[in-house]
Design a protein around this ligand. Structure first.
Ligand SMILES: [Zn+2]
Length: 268
């Protein structure tokens, strides 16, 4: 893509319980030119800024979503949101996103109907469920287990998770979901096959083409996407953060599906 091409805007981790369970601390601390080992994953330390690196943080509220939509509308921009379709409770139960966060979900659905938001499949759990490995630990971080589509998981798990997420999101929106965003940029050939099988057409992440071409899928590399996390808004200064990124651009941001459709067209 040329530098003047429109870029897509994407916000991930909506509805992902990793914001609750993914807890790890910094393990190096900078002192002048040295990076010294630091026990950032020891007990409570990993929960305290600046040692704390990811969670816990809260979900965006319906009111914040209203303000996000106002910011997008004012800028003439549209945005894709990567929604993790199932919220993983501490006991391992999975609650569908629209049931866990009904108010936020209602605002999101309205925005999809108005064409302001695209909802992408950002997995079913965002994490590995086996053995409750997603829960925070006493003496170590758990970042690896907050990636859902590791290559070492059985193919059936890839298929099952992609399809369940797709079913929840499509049922909720009453329309097809066409973009897949693998949690944490981790996925294998089985994940891509599952995404194509479930009706996805676009894969959006860092280096989405790493396993080679897949019939029916168009890769939208993060080089053409401004990719954010809900954490950037919740912990990074509120909706004003988004406003600074989208306002006053010559070319307004589009959704990943819109950009993907242009890439698909250009290939023909
Ligand atoms: Zn994510």
């Amino acid at each position: 893509m040329s530098p003047s091409s429109p870029r897509a805007l994407r916000l991930d981790d909506v509805g992902a319980a990793s914001k609750r369970h993914e807890v790890y601390g910094t393990t190096r601390i900078r002192v002048g030119p040295l990076a010294l080992p630091f026990p950032g994953n020891f007990l409570f330390l990993k929960y305290i800024p600046p040692v704390k690196r990811w969670g816990p943080y809260r979900e965006l509220t319906a009111e914040e979503w209203e303000r996000i939509l106002a910011v997008l509308e004012a800028a003439g921009a549209r945005m894709t949101i990567g929604v993790t379709a199932g919220w993983v409770e501490a006991d391992g139960r999975i609650v569908p996103f629209p049931r866990k966060f009904p108010e936020a979900a209602g605002v999101i659905r309205g925005a999809v109907d108005r064409g302001l938001l695209e909802v992408a499949n950002h997995g079913y759990t965002h994490c590995v469920l086996a053995g409750r490995r997603f829960l925070p630990r006493l003496f170590s971080g758990n970042r690896t287990d907050h990636r859902e589509f590791h290559d070492w998981l059985p193919d059936a798990t890839h298929r099952d998770h992609v399809a369940r997420a797709q079913a929840i999101l499509q049922d909720f929106l009453g329309r097809p979901v066409v973009t897949f965003v693998p949690p944490g940029n981790v996925f294998g050939r089985a994940t891509l096959a599952a995404a194509a099988e479930a009706g996805c057409r676009y894969v959006s992440c860092l280096d989405p083409g790493r396993w080679g071409a897949v019939p029916g899928l168009t890769f939208v590399d993060d080089g053409d996407v401004l990719a954010l996390h809900d954490r950037d808004i919740v912990c990074g200064g509120g909706v004003a953060v988004l406003d600074r990124l989208v306002a006053g651009r010559d070319r307004a941001f589009v959704t990943v599906a819109e950009l993907g459709a242009r890439l698909e067209e250009a290939r023909r």
